[in-house]
Design a binder for this molecule. Structure first.
Ligand SMILES: Cc1ncc(COP(=O)(O)OP(=O)(O)O)c(N)n1
Ligand SMILES: Cc1nc(C(=O)O)sc1CCOP(=O)(O)O
Ligand SMILES: [Mg+2]
Length: 513
């Protein structure tokens, strides 16, 4: 049986980016807590694309299931064909499969795409106790669907039903059940013990055919558990689609569900006894919390300080001291451009600079090194035309980080916008000794880039207190500031030089307003 182990989350093919993709084959929940709706949210929260084949429409809410309307086998087949004949699916995840005919249609499609990994959540009864697939389904599950699965994820009741009514009341029973289910053919089994009577922790048993793993987590006290099974299975599928090994995928998924339950403990969505939880609540909290201050605002480009490891060495200064001084003098954003630094040292220095920057509300970007930016959780990166492409950096860093890109031409400026950059560094405006063999484009070149650009622009190259005014006077509304290296860091007193430059820029701003 094929698995997706080794597949990349996001694989770059030239300038195209292939995204990890889960196809869910499940029922719709009108209440939005479980089924297709939970699967879409789970995959979205885990950063994976999700397509859907709907097997049934259910009318349900926090009180239970009021009605079920099955989709015809022919139309399930048509949906499967539409998705699988065109889209690059990595993993198929199943939920509610309400009839033997629908399972057979799915198996037929899976036979045509043998490379697809399969996660089976053997949904039979809803959390409210309503039957979603009758006993007639058991034979085809046991004999055809489970043998094709990479992992099957029953809760205690489903495991018991699949095993002909076996009593499962202890962790030892769960081990036995996992072994018996594994004998039916799936590569891995996860028996979920959320309903285990009298247990203090939530214990799940994972069996890969060789070893048993007891995965324990603290039990979250909440009524908002509707959709946990669908979410867990979708998260496992999402992690497999990114290329994780199965046990790691299960651990990540379990942690995600636990955290989401904890964050959603107190939310009220309906008046029934079992509410849904919020897959994105932790993201919202994060946005409302500390990260809010670091979201990019173009006016921050006003006085952009770019460090230089050689200059710091020549003046016998640490990077952190240099950064502190630049901020004290009025720098509004800092970039660490440490071309010679060893990776381990660079990460540690960046962490220390981040503390300084964050305590002053100043963003910190890393030049060239997306890996270093990720390692220290910097606010973003600056890349050049021959560094990591903006699209790839964006895929690695996510939507909230700042990405700047160097552009010398209007064409490059246009591309920066379509690729998802946040700002453009445009130069060299004047000749510079800091960057070898750098082409000078002059004020005219800067104007042409600003005119062509939908993004904010910062000018760079040979700029200091004597010419910064002239640069800003070109009169382009999206020119937001100047970036400087030697005018600050190749001087005896960084604070003083930064103040001088800042005064020039402030003066220009007042005379223009
Ligand atoms: C603000 C800003 N603009 C341009 C550059 C130059 O980046 P790049 O072209 O990648 O050259 P190196 O700095 O890596 O030598 C920059 N660093 N910052
Ligand atoms: C890093 C860099 N990039 C440039 C570009 O043209 O993209 S010019 C440059 C060096 C700028 O240093 P200084 O302020 O000392 O002239
Ligand atoms: Mg570069």
């Amino acid at each position: 049986m094929a698995t997706r182990e080794g597949a990349a989350t996001v694989a770059a093919e030239g300038s195209k980016i292939r995204v990890a993709h889960v196809l869910t084959v499940a029922g719709s929940d009108s209440g939005g807590g479980a089924g297709i709706q939970a699967d879409l949210k789970a995959c979205g929260a885990r950063g994976v694309y999700c397509s859907t084949v709907i097997t049934a429409l259910t009318a349900q809410n926090t009180a239970g299931v009021q009605g079920v309307n099955m989709v015809s086998e022919e139309f399930v087949a048509e949906q499967l064909k539409s998705v699988l004949s065109d889209m690059h699916v990595d993993v198929v995840k199943t939920g509610m499969l309400p009839s033997v005919g629908i399972v057979k249609v799915l198996l037929h499609s899976l036979n045509e795409f043998p490379h697809l990994a399969l996660v089976v959540d053997p949904v039979m009864v809803s959390t409210s106790g309503d039957v979603l697939a009758g006993p007639s389904i058991l034979e085809v599950f046991r004999e055809e669907l489970l043998p094709r699965a990479d992992i099957v994820t029953p809760n205690l009741r489903e495991a018991s039903t699949l095993l002909g009514g076996k009593q499962i009341e202890t962790v030892a029973d769960m081990h036995e059940a996992a072994k018996l289910l594994h004998d039916m053919g799936p590569r891995n089994v996860l028996v979920k013990g959320g309903d285990l009577p009298g247990s203090f922790d939530a214990v799940d048993v994972f069996f890969d055919g060789e070893e048993f793993y007891e995965l324990r987590s603290a039990r979250v006290r909440t009524h908002n558990t509707h959709g946990t099974g669908c979410t867990l299975a979708s998260c496992i599928a999402a992690e497999l689609a990114k290329g994780s090994p199965t046990l790691s995928a299960v651990k990540v998924a379990k942690r995600f569900v636990e955290t989401a339950l904890d964050y959603s403990k107190e939310i009220v969505v309906g008046d029934g006894p079992q509410g849904p939880f919020d897959h994105f609540l932790m993201l919202k909290r994060e946005m409302q919390g500390s990260r809010k201050h670091w979201i990019f605002e173009p006016s921050r480009l006003f006085l952009y300080a770019v460090t230089d490891s050689v200059m710091n060495k020549n003046w016998d200064r640490s990077i952190t001291d240099a950064v502190k001084a630049a901020i004290e003098g009025g720098a509004t954003i800092v970039q660490l451009r440490e071309k010679e630094a060893e990776t381990g040292y660079f990460i540690e220095a960046a962490k220390s600079c981040l503390e300084v920057c964050r305590s002053h509300g100043v963003s910190l970007l890393i030049n060239d090194r997306v890996d270093v930016a990720l390692a220290c959780d910097a606010d973003g990166v600056h890349v050049g035309q021959s560094d990591m492409p903006v699209r790839v950096a964006r895929a690695l860093l996510g939507p909230d980080k700042i990405i700047g890109v160097s552009c010398k031409t209007p064409e490059q400026a246009h591309r920066a916008w379509t690729d998802g950059a946040d700002y453009i560094g445009c130069g060299g405006v004047y000749p510079t000794n800091t960057k070898a063999n750098n082409k000078t484009i002059g004020l005219d070149g800067l104007k042409a880039v600003c005119l062509a650009s939908k993004l904010p622009v910062v000018a760079i190259g040979g700029i200091g207190p004597s010419n910064a005014g002239a640069v800003m006077e070109i009169g382009a509304p999206n020119l937001k500031g100047v970036a400087v290296v030697s005018a600050l860091f190749d001087r005896e007193c960084i604070v003083e030089e930064a103040r001088k430059l800042r005064a020039t820029l402030d003066k220009g701003k007042t005379s223009n307003s």
